[in-house]
Design a protein around this ligand. Structure first.
Ligand code: PMP
Length: 427
């Protein structure tokens, strides 16, 4: 499996210009040129099954999204300081997918910007400094967020006001994981208070994607959220990964556990790849902050991104993608579990909707980054795209576009089974 001459040349030009700051997936990078639905096509015309990307939630090159953006660009594209129908109409429809107390939205260009603003507002509102995140959390690119994103590794120092808690690891701790998580949050709050910082926010991805994917039982996170509230802190649900119908049981990941959150951020899945981020919050927080602070975001909520987001929401609602995520996700999870049953390398298959984690271990039963890496690259060589996450890089992350079909699930499992067979033969 070597790269073509053309791909080697492109790779060299890429290195010479983009350098190492944007690493590529896979030992053998995939050179994509177009896509449709859950399929991507490479420069040689080879088709890949995309079982990884949440940005093309309603499918690659979705014509409805493309048409909406084109039509908007042919009219105009400007910022949000003129009165416009589009952004207001979309805000109304978007907010209708949230619990009633979350009745305002601020549009940004990325999940990072939304999280950054959410933390700023939490610090302002509570008068506290402390932020609690999970052990392998990733929340964004700004320097504020890099300081609360331990997934970036030891080279990127954490902020002095952050406290790390272990995620509710239902694989290792079973039903006790939720209570253990609440206890860890309580200890973090005590530590922040002892340091004179207090707790401003628990910032949390409710499916723990970078921590290794732990959806847990419904309601698992409610106790921890209550603990934060009792201490005067706010709960910020980062819905960049689980949000927008993916988990099937609800539009937003936090809703599986409780509606009692104070702010909700998202980005990636909202607009088919056009830049957008959202911060949804109560009027009291939004208007209260606006009373004393200026916030202007040139491109946030621009008409082209909003047109794309409107088309994505149309697709999700009219094609019943929430229900589809539940049904196809359950079938995919079942078939992955069946295909894994005889493998000594698979310790657990878990997930909810179209968000599935597969825990890979070595022959000794230890979490194995190397085995996960071999499966990810083995699938890539069979033209199926996934990745790996988790504290030890040991969890296969299967998070396909919402338009993933039962046929796609069957194709996935066929390739997965073949990769596990190869692993077994190679030892
Ligand atoms: N939060 C989570 C959970 C994410 O996964 C990401 C992006 N991977 C972000 C925030 C940051 O979003 P963006 O890249 O749009 O800034």
């Amino acid at each position: 499996h070597t790269l073509s001459e053309a791909d080697r040349t492109l790779l060299a030009r890429r290195r010479a210009t983009l350098g190492d700051i944007y690493p590529l997936f896979y030992d053998r990078p995939v050179h994509v040129v177009r896509g449709s639905g859950a399929r991507l096509v490479d420069a040689d015309g080879v088709e890949y099954l995309d079982a990884y990307n949440n940005v093309p939630a309603v499918g690659h090159a979705n014509p409805r999204v493309a048409d909406a953006v084109h039509a908007q660009l042919m009219r105009m594209n400007t910022h949000t300081r003129y009165l416009q129908d589009g952004v207001v109409e979309f805000a109304e429809r978007f907010l209708a997918t949230y619990p009633a107390h979350l009745d305002h939205v601020i549009f940004t260009n990325s999940g990072s910007e939304a999280n950054d603003l959410a933390l700023t507002i939490a610090k302002w509102r509570t008068g506290n400094e402390g932020v609690i995140v999970t052990r392998m959390a990733y929340h964004g690119t700004t320097s504020l967020l890099a300081g609360v994103s331990p997934e970036n590794g030891p080279g990127m120092p954490l902020a002095p006001f952050v406290r790390i808690v272990d995620p509710p690891d239902t694989f290792r701790h079973g039903d006790a994981a939720g209570a253990a998580f609440a206890a860890a949050v309580r200890a973090a709050i005590d530590d922040l208070r002892a340091g004179g910082l207090g707790v401003a926010a628990l910032l949390i991805d409710t499916i723990m994607s970078t921590d290794g994917i732990f959806p847990g039982p419904r309601g698992m996170l409610a106790e921890a959220f209550g603990t934060v509230h009792a201490a005067g802190g706010l709960v910020i649900a980062d819905e960049v990964q689980p949000g927008m119908a993916r988990i099937g049981e609800a539009m937003w990941g936090f809703q599986r556990h409780t509606d009692q959150v104070d702010m909700v951020t998202s980005g990636k899945p909202l607009a088919g790849g056009l830049p957008i981020g959202s911060l949804v919050l109560p009027a009291e927080l939004s208007d209260g902050y606006a009373a004393g602070h200026r916030y202007f975001n040139t491109f946030g909520g621009n008409p082209a991104s909003i047109a794309a987001a409107g088309a994505v929401l149309d697709e999700v609602q009219e094609r019943g993608l929430l229900r589809a995520a539940l049904d196809v996700g359950a079938a995919l999870r079942r078939s992955i579990a069946e295909a894994s049953a005889a493998s000594p390398y698979v310790a657990d298959v878990r997930g909810v909707g179209l968000f599935i984690g597969v825990e890979m271990v070595d022959r000794e039963g230890e979490p194995s980054r190397e085995i996960a890496r071999r499966v990810v690259n083995g699938l890539r060589d069979r033209h199926v795209l996934i990745s790996a996450v988790g504290r030890w890089g040991q969890v296969l992350k299967v998070r396909p576009p919402l338009v993933f079909t039962h046929e796609d699930a069957t194709a996935f499992t066929t390739a997965y089974r073949a990769v596990l067979d190869t692993l077994a033969q190679e030892g």
